[in-house]
Design a binder for this molecule. Sequence first.
Ligand code: MN
Ligand code: MN
Length: 467
Amino acid sequence: MAEEKSKAKLLKEELLMDPKNGGIVLTDKEISKAFAYCDEYKNFLNNAKTEREAVTYAMTAAEKNGFKPFDKAKKYHKGDKVFYNNRGKSIILAVIGSKPLDEGVHIAASHIDSPRLDLKQRPLYEEAQIAEFKTHYYGGIKKYQWTAIPLALHGVIAKSDGTTITVNLGEDENDPQFCVTDLLPHLDKAQGKKTMSEAFTGEQLNVIIGSLPFRDDKESELVKLNIIKILNEKYGITESDFLSAELTMVPAFKAVDIGFDRSLIGSYGHDDRVCAYPALTSLFDLKVPEITSICVLADKEEIGSEGNTGLISAFLKYFIADLARPYGLMGRDVLSASKCLSADVTAAFDPTYPDVMEKRNAAYLNYGVAVSKYTGHGGKYDTSDASAEYTAWVRNLLDSNNIMWQYAELGKVDQGGGGTVAKYIAQLDVDTIDVGVPVLSMHAPFEIVAKLDVYAAYKAFFEFYKA
Ligand code: MN
Ligand code: MN
């Protein structure tokens, strides 16, 4: 005989929610689908470590899926698929829906830049017969994490003759790699007394790139000379070409499964490829939607969305205006009726560091995609704070499609904070909310996400485009 539920238990089930509002509710079949999806995601991580590489990947995949370069002189119709490549560093992809554009568009916006060590414009020097590159870190990093790990060199060198050289060195198993040194524990007494921000300074993030001097010569700085000779032979550059280069050191690790159960992925750059990849691939899997669906993969989020490839720029607004013009519509007519999921990561609850989280409003691994009504810091500064009405619309979308999701706030009040691209899209008069994947060790050279959450993000973006 089945045990009868008490009145209190029945009432609890009816009126209260699990504070985490989720948990593993997936079947074995769904779990294996999620794992298979993440194998493709790992491939993306390994092939798109910079925003430029992510744009190249997205463009190539888009063309395979029938997308054509956007032509602003053209009038597009339902089912048309286009992409707009902004300077090779950000990209907008769109699938035109069956409803008119003044009913709005559905935008999933994520970013494809990640924290890293950019080379300075005059990076090359020699000291004590070691050749090194000076760097200027990009984005919020904990500097000590970038010492004593293998690094790879990625980027471009634009020469004054108009040609551009693409650099990708340290990823192939036969490639050399690079490294920032750290002090040995035997001699770190003074370093150990400093605070973390004093113990590792930006100007100490120098990267070792060689040590053999150029032979048979009496000149000085022969190690530096030997390095530039190698670079000249390999890339055809001289020292002054660094002035117009965008070269960056990123972790040389590959994405790998973490845990005996292989439930997690460790990798560089989950923030924000872990949202960019689901936002992109779910767009590819879309048939003709009712509302025009747009995926934005933006640059420069990690430094405040600045510049003409970040979402502070008008490029998204211009794209929408160009799409609308042939229909006699203004871009603003479209934007004011639009909805956006700002697809960015949030912090996952880490049992080793519970004190920074407010456990009732934190995101947990394997509880699905995380919805944050607001981000920001110190009394909700610097956040767009989605409306209750739009939050309700998103809740209903996720629940009615059986998508595993949870509510999330990034850390305790006044503990710190952070922002996303949400506020820059909300500024265009678009209803916007943050929806993304929880991450452990965010901004570290090796971040961790749960496979089930990645797949939940894919499903969430897919249903959002379709809605
Ligand atoms: Mn991010
Ligand atoms: Mn970030």
